[in-house]
Design a protein around this ligand. Structure first.
Ligand SMILES: NC(=O)c1ccc[n+]([C@@H]2O[C@H](COP(=O)([O-])OP(=O)(O)OC[C@H]3O[C@@H](n4cnc5c(N)ncnc54)[C@H](OP(=O)(O)O)[C@@H]3O)[C@@H](O)[C@H]2O)c1
Length: 333
């Protein structure tokens, strides 16, 4: 059986481009061994972390990533033929793997969670690590209280669009920053953010001073860099910052710094906490259940930007850094 995988052809140098990737064909064995399953990708995830992760990979490695896949053949009891899985097997359209021997962060297979009738692709987005990052990052790290002001960056992105809506569910005033006027309209008019601003056209510092005179209590950060510095300067005493991601710095590892206003962090007694969502792995079922319930209740709106065709994975990945996605970037295999 002929399968395709996408490998890192050249290391990234600054912004990624199509030449960094190569599609390679391979012939899979016709028969499975005990414990193996054959997967066919249905939906694949493109995520910003793949850019910094690529710096730690070797040329020729398969790009890391997750997918929703169907089990075409099985010699493993827990994964019967016809069942669906979330598989961390990288950018592959057909995969033979052995779930019991896969224990690493980017090498694992799980049965598809119960999505309560929502689309399977949500297992990569709103009911997957994306939604869980928004949910646990906000609830556990920011701990927002009703009436507080919450700032969200990359607010029309996969995680940010959900984090802002969850803050709203918790009774907060939500202020989002996104990279185009259309995205700003979407987060205000459709998602119910109190304020939205195009960070490419305004100074976050002066906007926060003007529209958040009461100060910022929580900041859910997906971008890092100068933008984060501006938000930190406008935090209230005992403000909480969830450091989720730093996409503004991913293309230049040497630029991976935030010029902290160190003294005001001390005087204002701020809490900044980085997190990796896997910290709450044992609580994922509860998180998925809550996210699915909010979606069914219409409290959490979900948007996906879908790219057709496995061969277009590299382009879909590059599009993240051009701000082309609304919500979760998904490739339909
Ligand atoms: N800690 C964890 O466990 C965890 C888990 C998941 C994700 N993350 C991180 O969370 C962040 C968000 O992830 P995501 O999946 O939701 O991605 P995302 O926000 O959908 O990422 C793509 C968006 O990032 C924005 N962007 C691109 N370059 C930018 C720049 N230089 N400055 C500011 N914004 C930029 C663009 O939106 P605009 O049009 O608004 O610019 C783009 O649409 C990422 O940093 C990711 O690495 C962390």
């Amino acid at each position: 059986m002929q399968a395709r995988k996408i490998i890192l052809k050249h290391h990234f140098d600054g912004e990624a481009n199509l030449n960094n990737f190569e599609i390679v064909e391979e012939t899979l064995p016709a028969t499975l061994r005990d414990g193996e399953i054959l997967l066919k990708a249905e939906f694949l995830s493109v995520d910003p972390y793949m850019r910094p992760f690529g710096d730690r990979m070797n040329v020729g490695d398969v790009m890391v990533g997750s997918q929703v896949a169907k089990v075409l053949k099985s010699r493993h009891k827990r994964f019967p033929e016809g069942s669906k899985v979330v598989a961390y097997v990288g950018w592959r359209d057909l995969t033979i793997c052995s779930p019991d021997t896969m224990k690493a962060m980017f090498s694992a297979v799980f049965p598809l969670p119960d999505l309560k009738g929502l689309p399977d692709s949500y297992a990569l987005g709103a009911c997957g690590l994306t939604g869980l990052s928004a949910y646990f990052g906000l609830i556990k790290v920011c701990q927002p209280k009703s009436g507080e002001t919450v700032v969200v960056s990359s607010a029309a992105g996969a995680v940010g669009s959900l984090a802002g809506q969850i803050a709203k569910i918790k009774g907060c005033k939500v202020v989002g920053f996104a990279g185009s006027d259309e995205k700003v309209s979407w987060i205000k008019d459709e998602l119910g953010f109190k304020f939205g601003f195009n960070y490419k056209e305004v100074s976050a510092d002066s906007i926060l001073k003007k529209y958040c005179v009461e100060g910022v209590d929580c900041y859910f950060d997906s971008v890092g860099g100068e933008f984060t510095y501006s938000v930190l300067r406008n935090m209230n005493e005992f403000g909480r910052v969830a450091l989720c991601g730093a996409i503004s710095t991913y293309n230049d590892p040497k630029d991976n710094k935030v010029p902290f206003d160190y003294q005001s962090m001390i005087y204002k007694q701020l809490k900044l906490e980085g997190f990796m969502v896997n910290r709450w792995f044992s609580e994922f079922p509860e998180g998925v259940g809550q996210l699915a319930e909010w979606i069914h209740q219409g409290k959490l709106k979900v948007r996906e930007t879908k790219t057709q065709g496995f061969e277009n994975m590299p382009q879909a990945f590059l599009d993240l850094f051009k701000g082309k996605n609304y919500g979760k970037g998904i490739v339909v295999a």
